[in-house]
Design a protein around this ligand. Structure first.
Ligand SMILES: [Zn+2]
Length: 169
């Protein structure tokens, strides 16, 4: 019971109406509400400070290539990732006109070419896994944002669910 009591003390005071089993259940329900609220507050703070840095051209950046470059240069202080994010860098080649294309997608699959041929995947990289692995290897903290809050949804919508705070520029 120790960590539970600890969180209660830190996050808020739960009104204990009853001390029987029903009362205990009530405490558990109320405290999980408090913890969920706390997660939302944390997400908002993270997003707000990320936006502040990005909009002032400060110590934050976005875009998988930019983040990878900053990681390689040991500049990243914290990595921000949308929970459950899937992002792949793919190379496609048309089996008819041989046109080649490179892009970021959330799902790997064949597409049709403007010539009527098929764009076949010739290379794919799991962008999120690569960034997360590199951050973990360097001991860079990773914060996962949900899409349940408006800030979390905005982070996913605006920055494709990836961002980084920098230690320096
Ligand atoms: Zn084609």
């Amino acid at each position: 019971m120790k960590p539970f009591n600890y969180q209660l003390k830190i996050l808020g005071v739960v009104d204990m109406g009853y001390t029987d089993e029903y009362g205990l259940r009530e405490i558990v329900e109320k405290s999980s509400e408090i913890i969920a609220d706390q997660e939302a507050v944390k997400e908002k703070q993270l997003f707000d400070s990320f936006m502040r840095e990005v909009s002032t051209n400060g110590l934050a950046l976005y875009g998988p290539i930019e983040i990878k470059r900053a990681l390689d240069a040991r500049q990243v202080e914290k990595l921000l990732v949308t929970q459950g994010l899937e992002l792949f860098y793919v190379k496609l080649k048309c089996n008819s006109c041989n046109k080649e294309e490179e892009k970021l997608v959330e799902k790997i699959g064949e597409e049709s070419c403007s010539c009527g041929g098929k764009l076949v995947v010739t290379k794919d990289e799991n962008v999120v896994a690569e960034l997360v692995e590199e951050a973990e290897r360097q001991g860079v903290p990773i914060e996962y944002l949900s899409q349940d809050t408006s800030e979390g949804a905005q982070f996913y919508g605006t920055f494709r669910g990836l961002g980084a705070f920098l230690r320096y520029k």
